[in-house]
Design a protein around this ligand. Structure first.
Ligand SMILES: [Zn+2]
Length: 139
């Protein structure tokens, strides 16, 4: 969500007679937000509980990427924090229903996070070893 859309929404709210003119994509974004109650559908993060404005830090994810044939239907859209959306990339979830696919993405992201945590811990160990042999070991 960017400021342009936020300003547009404010403009429409000031003049309710224009509500029907609201851009369809923008309206769909609002519906996705409403359905997810402002929480990332993958990690559960409350996207309203940040220091930033209500919509920043959130993205509308295509559960199946458009590049992989995913549609713009509500069934294929999910509210996601930018971290989850970026981590997911073009991963194609397994499942025949929206719920199955969302659950599969959650599983995929959990595995990715575990692998990243292992890598971080390993790099910390490597650094400690380096430090022991060089930095701390110097006279
Ligand atoms: Zn998330």
């Amino acid at each position: 969500m960017n400021y342009y859309l936020l300003e547009e929404l404010e403009r429409y709210l000031r003049d309710p007679s224009k509500l029907n003119d609201l851009d369809k994509d923008f309206h769909r974004t609002m519906v996705v937000w409403d359905k997810a109650d402002g929480h990332c559908e993958y990690c559960g993060k409350d996207l309203s509980a940040t220091n930033e404005d209500y919509f920043r830090g959130s993205q509308i994810d295509h559960v199946i990427s458009a590049s992989k044939g995913g549609t713009e239907d509500l069934e294929n859209l999910a509210l996601a924090c930018s971290y989850c959306n970026l981590s997911k990339g073009h991963y194609v979830p397994i499942g025949s229903t929206r719920e199955e696919r969302i659950a599969n993405v959650k599983e995929h992201l959990l595995k990715l996070n575990t692998r990243n945590t292992e890598r971080r811990l390993k790099s910390l160990e490597v650094f400690k070893e380096y430090r022991k042999r060089t930095i701390a070991g110097r006279p």
